[in-house]
Ligand binder design. Structure first.
Ligand SMILES: Cc1cc2nc3c(=O)[nH]c(=O)nc-3n(C[C@H](O)[C@H](O)[C@H](O)COP(=O)(O)OP(=O)(O)OC[C@H]3O[C@@H](n4cnc5c(N)ncnc54)[C@H](O)[C@@H]3O)c2cc1C
Length: 468
């Protein structure tokens, strides 16, 4: 039996950074992966979807170039070539993961791992070979999550699809229906809408992007509708029928009424579920909660002291950067260093058009906590840089404690706000006050000025918009 200090199961953004950090800390480490290094994020999640979103954004800019005095002529998308380009990016990045593991001295074993003891793992490789591995210090579960399927919409990989197929379409659907108006559904829905698909969104809840600042969501919803989307809220896709012409008639229950939508492709995007089954966790006594997550303490340790869990499998938010941070924490702890989950807030970005990015409390959350707040808001329509980019829709909103002026939350919708949110996250981590933001000189002309102006607005001191 091969012995390691640590065995990491899963090479996604939780597992591979964990294995790399362990190796850097001189721990003999193996990372086991059953599909492809990089996990969901690199293979069919964050990166492939953002490549398509980047292309859709470029396409729109090119189509709109005339308004800036640039004549391009006809702008067309070649979906096959687009896929080849995207796949090239995935290949480069997943190859990079292999190289980084090797370069740092961690082993990568391809196979399906199962925990057979508090320190033992059995790996079944593609050729059926079974190998037993032992960890002297720890096992890290970084097995991620999988798409939730709807029983009435079983995936066929062509017309009824999940996100994994949706990032690999080599034809733009004429009519696309997305079940689920959450992040993944709207990001991918807007890509294909941008490339010409007629888009229908069916959302069971009263709002799109539940949990996101409602004012930010409104801007994205307005853009969806302006581009011709049909949005059914408080509605459930109940089933479908295949029509003689090959299209699909989706039955939708809305407010007690039944409506139908005839489409060519249905994307089911109702969420992800943690991969905690068939791993042997029950046999070794690892607790799994009702939703299938593996609960951990601040050190990423499960109830079994030698077993850690990081990333999507260990709980929400299911985000790549949260997975990576947890992977690094687990590695530090296993190597005997002090580390723990002590972040103030995890930023989130929604790569719709325009983007939404948030960190910390929303106005409603702050009020529910009984905090009196000051809110400052700066619209991109008043910002020179946004005008120069021809992207003036959206705003930056800063929420602060009215008495202390400490920044509690920042919510943005507009151009490249996914980049800008990092400064807001730093502000929360460093317990910044509104003055800290306004006293920081921001270069001109940049989108970042809008964060400074929104903080000034919360203090009644904005210069480029009227204060209340
Ligand atoms: C379409 C889409 C877009 C997304 N966009 C973003 C985004 O923009 N930003 C963001 O932060 N997040 C995004 N996410 C979420 C992000 O992909 C996940 O949060 C992230 O991948 C979680 O990392 P992980 O390491 O926990 O799990 P995963 O990435 O799921 O990796 C787990 C790995 O473990 C392997 N594995 C599982 N079981 C075993 C086993 N028994 N033996 C061996 N290997 C096993 C799997 O094959 C997989 O490679 C997106 C997700 C989707 C689906």
């Amino acid at each position: 039996m091969k012995t390691y200090d640590a065995i990491v199961i899963g090479a996604g953004p939780g597992g591979y950074p964990c294995a790399i950090r362990l190796a850097q800390l001189k721990q003999k480490t193996v990372c086991i992966e059953k599909e492809s290094p990089g996990g969901v994020c690199l293979n069919w999640g964050c990166i492939p979807s953002k490549a398509l979103i980047g292309a859709a954004h470029f396409y729109h800019k090119a189509k709109d170039a005339d308004s800036m005095g640039i004549r391009i002529g006809s702008v067309e998308v070649d979906p096959g070539k687009l896929q080849d380009w995207k796949e090239g990016i995935v290949k480069r990045l997943t190859g990079g993961v292999r190289g980084l593991l090797k370069g740092n001295g961690a082993d990568l074993v391809m196979g399906n791992a199962r925990i057979v003891g508090p320190r033992q793992v059995e790996v079944t490789q593609a050729d059926g070979t079974v190998e037993k591995l032992e960890a002297t210090k720890a096992i890290v579960i970084a097995t991620g999550s999988s798409t939730i399927e709807l029983p009435s919409f079983k995936f066929d990989g062509k017309q009824i699809i999940g996100a994994k197929d949706a990032v690999s379409l080599r034809e733009i659907p004429k009519r696309l229906l997305v079940i689920g108006g959450g992040i993944i559904g709207l990001e991918l829905g807007m890509v294909y809408q941008g490339f010409g698909s007629e888009l229908t969104v069916v959302e069971a809840l009263p709002d799109l992007l539940t949990g996101t600042d409602p004012e930010c969501t409104k801007i994205v919803e307005r853009r969806l509708l302006k581009r011709g989307a049909t949005i059914h809220k408080n509605a459930k896709a109940a089933g479908y029928e295949r029509l003689a012409d090959g299209s699909i008639s989706v039955k939708i229950d809305q407010d007690g009424k039944q409506i139908t939508a005839n489409v060519d492709v249905v994307l089911v995007a109702i969420g992800m579920r943690p991969n905690s089954k068939n791993l042997g966790l029950e046999q070794v006594g690892v607790t799994i909660d009702q939703r299938g997550f593996v609960p951990t303490d601040r050190s990423c340790r499960t109830n079994v002291p030698s077993i850690y869990a990081v990333g999507d499998v260990s709980g929400v938010p299911m985000l790549a950067h949260k997975a990576t941070k947890e992977g690094e924490i687990a590695a530090e702890v296993i190597a005997g260093h002090h580390a723990e989950k002590d972040w103030v807030a995890i930023p989130g970005a929604v790569f719709t058009d325009p983007e939404i990015a948030s960190v910390g409390l929303t106005e409603a959350e702050a009020k529910a906590k009984g905090i009196e707040i000051s809110v400052g808001k700066f619209p991109f329509a008043a910002l020179g840089k946004a005008m120069a980019m021809n992207e003036t829709e959206g705003f930056v909103k800063v929420i602060a404690d009215k008495k202390t002026k400490q920044v509690l939350g920042v919510h943005m919708v507009g151009p490249d706000v996914s980049t800008m949110i990092s400064e807001a996250a730093l502000s929360l981590e460093m317990a910044a006050f509104l003055e800290d933001i306004t006293l920081t000189v921001h270069p001109h002309p940049t989108l970042g000025e809008s964060f400074m102006e929104a903080a000034a607005h919360a203090m009644g001191a904005a210069v480029h918009i009227m204060n209340r």
